[in-house]
Design a binder for this molecule. Structure first.
Ligand SMILES: [Fe+2]
Ligand SMILES: [Fe+2]
Length: 133
């Protein structure tokens, strides 16, 4: 399970809200993986993340561009990598060929990626908002 805290604050309320939503959905999927909910529910959660993560990335990339964030290009590149990894995971899961063991392993890596990405890259939005230009 992952939890949002102030170390992940970007200074942009709507972006923080989107991160919290992503965390909530990631945790919903974790619950599904540990057998607490049905497999169909897990599939629906993944559908949501697939759509929502892409939408969030677009919003955040626009935001960084507006504030002329030096990290904008790096952020965009990282998003592309996540989309690729998640996309593969999503396809495998939907085709039913993935073992629970592999699902947990891959999913845990994606979770770590998300937390790490927010703490290292997304939070840099803070300085961009505060700099006057
Ligand atoms: Fe990001
Ligand atoms: Fe983000």
């Amino acid at each position: 399970m992952i939890a949002w805290d102030e170390t992940m604050s970007t200074g942009v309320a709507i972006i923080d809200e989107q991160h919290k939503m992503l965390f909530q959905k990631f945790n919903d999927f974790s619950k599904a993986l540990s057998g607490m909910t049905a497999r169909e529910t897990a599939g629906e959660v993944l559908d949501f993340i697939q759509f929502y993560a892409t939408w969030h990335f677009d919003q955040e990339e626009q935001c960084m561009n507006e504030y002329h964030c030096p990290i904008a290009a790096k952020n965009k590149k990282a998003h592309a990598e996540f989309k690729k990894t998640f996309g593969q995971f999503y396809k495998q899961w939907q085709s039913g060929t993935m073992t629970t063991e592999l699902a947990i392993k891959t999913y845990t890596e994606l979770e770590h990626w998300l937390v790490n990405h927010i703490q290292k890259i997304d939070v840099q939005l803070h300085k961009c908002i505060n700099s006057t230009d």
